[in-house]
Write a protein that binds this ligand. Structure first.
Ligand SMILES: Nc1ncnc2c1ncn2[C@@H]1O[C@H](COP(=O)(O)OP(=O)(O)O)[C@@H](O)[C@H]1O
Ligand SMILES: [Mg+2]
Length: 237
């Protein structure tokens, strides 16, 4: 197994406010891993730090064995890390097609961009039907799909996806999760942040539980479903 992402004893936060404490986390190439935990636990902060939007104050962040702590987002993106934030950051006044083109801005080879677009449209036929629609007029679920699709345009090795199910109806949530599963089966490694614990543990292979900025539990997702702490705190059992 090739270790793709290796985080060791990492602290991170906002200015003098420390949020993440001694966080350690590993992801092998090809894995589908979840980071679950309550609101405010530090899940988004973790993704932001890996993506390069925040610089850790302590510890290691290695991607393919290379230290990337504090490296800029756009460079991480070029090197294969795609970050799909909660805010999605779509260009609402631009079309679906234009948003997807923006996702491949670092790819100078036009034929490769076109191929990639075809691939993404195959994966999300609904986006192809709406290719000239403004992103701002899409439904919530379609927006999530567009953000994921745009994140795919740069041909990432690792995708960091923050709460894709937030605000979506169960049916649409399933579609979004299903699309992540397809991406993973095609070889994309995924770190998924979610509050929808039941669904997330069903879809992923392995999970970390973060509480108050610390990893408190980790294991196979199938085992965590029956873990006492997880059942009590997250599954209301
Ligand atoms: N930009 C920011 N500046 C200061 N504190 C922040 C900022 N963003 C988040 N926080 C704080 O960091 C903590 C963890 O937040 P976050 O990582 O967003 O949690 P989660 O994604 O698990 O809900 C919270 O206490 C939150 O208030
Ligand atoms: Mg969050």
């Amino acid at each position: 197994m090739i270790v793709l992402l290796e985080i060791k004893d990492m602290n991170a936060g906002y200015g003098f406010l420390n949020i993440l404490w001694n966080m350690s986390l590993n992801i092998d190439q090809g894995e589908f891993v979840a980071l679950i935990g309550p609101n405010g636990a530090g899940k988004s902060t973790t993704l932001k730090t890996i993506a390069g939007a925040l610089t850790p104050s302590k510890g290691d962040v290695k991607f393919r064995g290379e230290d990337i702590a504090g490296r800029e987002c756009h460079q991480n993106c070029r090197e294969g890390i795609s970050y799909i934030s909660e805010e999605l950051n779509l260009f609402t006044g631009m079309t679906v097609f234009e948003n997807l083109e923006m996702g491949a801005y670092s790819q100078k080879d036009k034929s490769r961009r076109t191929k990639r677009l075809e691939f993404v449209y195959e994966l999300f036929p609904r986006l192809e039907e709406r290719t000239s629609q403004f992103a701002g007029t899409l439904s919530g679920g379609e927006r999530k799909m567009l953000a994921i699709a745009r994140g795919m345009m740069s041909e990432p090795t690792l995708m960091l996806v923050d709460e894709p199910s937030l605000g979506l109806a169960p049916q649409v949530t399933n579609e979004v999760f299903e699309s992540l599963r397809v991406l993973n089966s095609m070889g994309v490694t995924i770190l998924l942040v979610e509050q929808n614990v039941t669904k997330t543990l069903q879809f992923t292979e392995r999970a970390y539980v973060v509480e108050k900025g610390r990893i408190v539990l980790e294991g196979q997702s199938a085992d965590l479903i029956s873990d006492e702490h997880v059942r009590k705190i997250y599954l209301g059992a």
